[in-house]
Structures are given as C-alpha cells and as structure tokens.
Ligand binder design. Structure first.
Ligand code: MOS
Length: 696
C-alpha cells in the first residue's frame, strides 16, 4: 500500500531552513548566560606537564577560568582513553588538549588561551610510519572485529607457480576529515543533569559515552544534534569538544559553547591512518587470478588501539585458490587515527584496484574484462553466495556510458596538444549492514502522523529519506507525516555511519508503522493520539550472517600536462548497485560526494608530518588541499535498479561510502594510461610525474 514516496526525488525537508540560516547547528542555539571555551593544545609530542601558570590568563578581561589537569572536574576512565582530557599531566601526542580557557566572549577566551604558560618535561618521540618500524605488531583483530590475518590455499606456492605475477607496494598518507562544521558543542548543567547540543553522527552513542565519563544514568543526559555540518566518520564517536565543553560548563557552572578551530581538527579528532600496502597478484595467461595477497601496515597511537581493516576489501572482492591477507600496526606518538569515509575499504581498494590494473597490463587483457573474468558469485571469504552482486553489471553499464570500447591500452597513446590523455577503471564494494534501532509512529485525530527516531542527518538527506520511507510504510502521502530526529530523548537508534543509517533507521520506522497500522486499522484515531513503537534489536540480531555488499565501477579520464605533469580531471563516471534508492537527489549527492573525495585523495590531500616537530605541518585549508568545484570538470553517478530481499525491509544497501571506494585507483590508473608512469604513493602530485617521467 505504498504511496510511492520511496524512489521520488523530494528536496530536503530542512533545505529552506538551511538556506535561510534558521537551521541551528551545535553552537548556534541562544543560551542565557552563555560563556565560551577555547581549547589549548599541547606544545610537545610526548612528555609531562611540569607547571601551568594561569595568572596572566586569569587577569585578562572576560576570562572566567582556566581548566587543566590540576583543577578540572574528575571523570571516570570511560570507554576511550583519548577522551580522558584534563585528568593527568601526561602528554601523548602534539595537539592533545591540555587546558581550556572559559571567558565571557569568544575573543576573550582565545586571548586567554594565548596567555596560558605551560612547561613540559618532554621525551623522545616517534611519529612517522615506516615498513620497518620497531613498534610494528600484530593486533588481536582489526576494526570492527575482523580477523587480523587470513589464509587459504598456499599463497607462496601458488604465486611462485603462476606465469604472470605482480608484486607492488602502494602508500597512502594521513588524510584529515574536514567537515564544513568543525566539532562543536554547547553544554549546560542543570540540577545534576547534562544537556549538550553536539555536532555528532549519533546522539545516542554520545549520550552513552558521556554517561560513562561523568558517571550519570543516561536519562540524566540529553544530546541534541538537529543539524550537523558533515562528519565523514570523524563525528562517529564523542570527541574532545563535547568532553571539554561538559567539563568546562560544570566547572564554571554556566553554559559553555566550545567549537574547535579548523586548525585544531588536524589530528586530535582522528584522521585516516597512513598505509603501506604490499599487494601480490598472480594469474594464468587468461587473466584468471590464482594467488592474491595483501599485506597492510598502518598506525595507531600509544593510548588506544585503532587497527584499520585495510586488507579486508581484498578478502571478498575477487576469488583465487591461494589467498592471504595480513595487518600490522605500529604504535606511534600520534593522535589515534579514526574513521574517515570507508575506513579500510577505501585505502585497501586503492591498492588492490591499482594492482589489478598493473596485472591487466602484465597479462595483456583489458582491465574491465580482467575484472569481469574474476567475478565470483560466492564470497571467497565466507564461502557463501552473495545476497546480490552486480559488479559486472556496473562495469558493463559504466563502460558503455563512458565509451570505453575501442580503448587503445597503450600508455601515451592519446594526446591533445600539450595534454596527454588517459582513461582508467576500478571496481568498488562496501558492506551493506544494519544496526538495531527503535522508532515510534503516532497517529493524530487530524489525520497526520508523527514518526520519531534518534537518527542523525549529517548533511546526507537522511531526514528526508526516512520521511519518505515512513510515508510509504504508513500508507499515507508524505505531506501528512512529520518526522523528528537528532535528539537522544527520541527512540534510540544507530549512528549515521558505516553506510548503514538508512538501512537501520528505515527498518525501525517500517516496523513502527506496521505496528501502528495493526493497532489502528482505521488509520485515524477519533480522539487523542495513538502511538506504536518498534525495536529491531532482535530482528537485526537474528539476521543470518550472509555476505551483503554494494558494488560499483569507476571510470575516469584525465589529462596530464606533458611539460609540467599537472593532472586535471576530464571526466569521472560511476555506476553503482546499492539496492533500492530512496531519494535520487540525495543519493546522487552522496555518490558524487564520495567520488569527489576519492579524487581529492588521489590528487590533492596529504597530511605532511614532520618528525622533528611531531605533527602535521599543513593544518588548514590553505595548505591541506581539498578538491574544489573547479577540479571536478565533469562528474556523473548512475545506479542500477537493484532488488535484494535479503537486506532489510527497505531493501537499501546504503551509499554514503561506496562512492569513494576505488575512485582513487581509477584516477591513478588513468594517469598511468596517460603518461606511462605509475605513481604508487598518493597523492599524485605534479612533481612526482615531472621527476620520474621526463615527460617533456
Ligand atoms: Mo563513516 S567513516 O562510517 O561515518
């Protein structure tokens, strides 16, 4: 009894509020008696604070307090040591917040922070990842809970026996999340209860973490995240801003607004770990893979183990009788890495899909055909059929739309004046998961409905998508449905992450709507409101563990200046199979956003860390380059009409991350096709091409 709302291109519900400036973000709510916090980062990498002199700061006009480990309210250990800020004099990485200045204005807080004098007893540090770092070890598992290593068959023997082999090592630098809205919080305490407006991907998880840290029952904490200006994973957990704001507000007994600066995002909020990835591929002369291995090295901090699942992509993407994957991690004196759009899959696919291009050349087979030849209906890792796998269909439709047929595989075979032109392809996959959530659906006598769930819209259009799903599930036009999200007082729900928001939230909303329709067959209560609720914990938990993935194929054309090595994007085209698409407008936006971030990863972004200084030297948007509109001359995203009944009631696979997976490989493969030069260390900067190729 669908009203056909799902699948229609509705504009975002909050669009008018956002463009007129009335949509409120975390530090934009008017609050009586508000004060402002300014975080003070450590000036050493590793060591101990020996003295904090706050006299000058406290004497500065408007400054109310300086919090530090000597006077800040105490917190319980909490789930993540990185959040135990201002509790001890130890410094574990440069940029760790060691003090907060609270003042009556933002400017006064900032000036106060400048006047805090801190002495340190600093020790030696190690902050640069190398493949022979003495700190490398084998973690017990990799994120979120995958085995660290896997092996089937006999890789060494299979590899040695094959007629065609590729043994290549790819490197990716640290990448920093730069959501438009930095991490920011307004915190208020009233009668022992904590209220925060936080820029987060999940109000429910933040409430749980704050409850642990401040030893409060969750009911004593309210987290509101009505509008969030991006996150990409960096807001998928409580971060320093919410902890510092809550500590400061408790200390001064007034509301505190605390927003990290752009510069303060580089490191302490988490970043994509650098990787060193050795990929070995062996094939027969028909291009059928016989042996695959992927050995990944990444970094974590000294205070928390974050072991990214870099090689996990390789376990399920292509089949071969002999396969092996390993992960090793080094503990460095750095902030803990964290999630960034498709953590693991994104850098892992970069290495594997680049190496496949090298194999295609080595074996003399078209790279689209090579991937088609190595498609598999059975997940090589789980040994079970995929619930649906439309990789080949994505490759075929992409090739057709892009005009791949007839491509001359020889590098440097196309030239337009001073530009060398090349094309590249890459495959993509990302797990289609869901997490337990709960929701309520309420019918009102006027024929309208209210649907409530603590989902988060971090700029994706999630609010609109859930609204469409709710309307169809209730069997009413969407105009009659009101949706409330972004508040921990609403029914608890999954965070916006792992491309599983829409799947998880829709599931609960559909079940709540069904429960309401059973309770109220007439649809409209004569008097009063009727509410039904649903919690999918059992249903999601009881789902069989089948291999569920979204797929995609990227096609890229670049031009490279034969004199300078400058790389420009002519065209980027992706075709995706991500289950049902709820809203074509917001879906397309997610996909081209992911693809653009992949381009950015390939050509522009690079965290440059100086071992002497122990920190990234580029930490603002002037020196850390991110792809801008002018860099994306043409971008197209398409999707297949894919149905998969083994997913969730909405039939969605999620598409927040699939767009970035493989995109950087397609760019690198196109650069190789244009120039004959294989850059195996991102980003592909012009100086690397100029130095290596002698293009001129
Ligand atoms: Mo995304 S990195 O799962 O928030």
């Amino acid at each position: 009894m669908s009203t056909g709302a799902v699948g229609r291109a509705y504009p975002r519900l909050e669009g008018p509020a956002k463009v007129t400036g009335t949509a409120r973000y975390a530090v934009e709510y008017p609050v009586n008696g508000v004060t402002y916090g300014w975080a003070v980062p450590s000036a050493v990498v590793r060591g101990r604070i020996t003295r904090i002199d706050t006299a000058e700061a406290l004497a500065s006009p408007g400054v109310l307090a300086v919090l530090h480990h000597g006077n800040a309210p105490r917190m319980a250990p909490g789930p993540q040591p990185e959040l135990r800020l201002l509790q001890e004099p130890m410094v574990h990485y440069r940029g760790q917040y060691v003090a907060v200045v609270v003042a009556t204005s933002l400017e006064a807080a900032r000036e106060g922070a400048r006047l805090v004098r801190i002495d340190y007893d600093a020790g030696p540090h190690s902050t640069v990842l190398t493949d022979d770092h003495p700190g490398l070890y084998k973690p017990d598992q990799v994120n979120p809970s995958y085995p660290t290593d896997t092996a089937e068959g006999d890789f060494d023997a299979g590899y040695a026996a094959a007629p065609v082999r590729v043994d290549v090592t790819y490197r990716t630098p640290a990448y920093h999340n730069n959501p438009m809205e930095p991490h920011a919080t307004t915190a208020q305490w009233h009668d022992g209860r904590l209220m925060v407006h936080d820029s987060t991907q999940g109000a429910t998880p933040v409430r749980a973490i704050l409850a642990e840290l401040f030893e409060l029952p969750p009911e004593s904490i309210r987290v509101v995240a009505e509008h969030v200006g991006g996150g990409f994973g960096s807001k998928g957990y409580a971060k320093a801003s919410v902890v510092l704001a809550a500590l400061a507000a408790r200390h001064v007994d007034r509301p505190v607004k605390l927003a990290l600066t752009r510069q303060q995002l580089f490191g302490p909020i988490g970043y994509r770990t650098p990787t060193i990835q050795r990929v070995r591929l062996a094939a027969d002369t028909d291009g059928r893979l016989t042996a695959i291995s992927h050995d990944a090295i990444s970094q974590t901090s000294t205070i928390w183990e974050f072991a990214e699942q870099t090689a996990v992509y390789t376990r399920s993407m292509y089949a071969a009788p002999h396969r092996r994957t390993t992960h090793r991690v080094a503990r460095l004196d750095v902030p803990t890495p964290f999630w960034m759009r498709a953590p693991g899959e994104c850098p892992g696919a970069y290495a594997l899909e680049s190496a496949l291009d090298e194999l295609a050349i080595a074996v003399g087979i078209d790279p689209v055909e090579l991937r088609i030849r190595n498609d598999t209906a059975v997940d090589p890792d789980q040994g079970r059929p995929f619930t649906s796998r439309d990789l080949v269909a994505c490759l075929r439709e992409g090739a057709q739309r892009f005009g791949w047929a007839g491509r001359d595989p020889s590098p440097r075979s196309r030239r337009d004046g001073r530009w060398l032109i090349g094309t590249g392809v890459a495959g993509a996959s990302y797990p289609a998961r869901a997490r337990p959530s709960s929701a309520t659906a309420t019918a009102r006598p006027d024929g309208s409905f209210l649907v409530q769930i603590d989902a988060t819209d971090i700029g994706t259009g999630a609010r609109t998508a859930i609204w469409q799903v709710a309307a169809d599930a209730l069997g009413v036009p969407p105009e009659r449905v009101e949706i409330r999200i972004g508040d921990s007082e609403l029914p608890t729900a999954s965070l916006a992450g792992g491309s599983m928001g829409t799947a998880s939230w829709s599931w609960a909303v559909i079940r709540a709507a069904q429960a309401l329709r059973e309770k109220l067959p007439g649809g409209v209560p004569p008097t009063g409101e009727v509410t039904a609720e649903a919690d999918t914990t059992e249903e999601v938990g009881g789902q069989p563990a089948l291999p569920r993935y979204a797929y995609g194929a990227h096609f890229v054309e670049v031009r490279v200046d034969a004199d300078t090595g400058e790389v420009r994007l002519n065209r980027m085209l992706g075709v995706f199979a991500a289950g049902r698409v709820v809203n074509p407008t917001t879906a397309r936006s997610q996909l081209i956003g992911g693809m653009t971030m992949g381009l950015s990863m390939a050509l522009h972004e690079e965290g440059l860390l100086d071992e002497r200084y122990g920190d990234w030297v580029n930490h603002d948007l002037a020196t850390y380059h991110i792809t801008g509109c002018a860099d994306v001359e043409s971008i197209e995203a398409y999707w297949l009409d894919e149905r998969d009944d083994e997913l969730n009631p909405a039939g969605v696979k999620g598409l927040g991350e699939i767009g970035i997976v493989g995109a950087a490989a397609a760019v690198g493969n196109a650069v190789h096709h244009a120039t004959g030069v294989r850059i195996r260390e991102l980003p592909i900067r012009l100086d690397k091409l100029i130095g290596v190729s002698g293009l001129a």
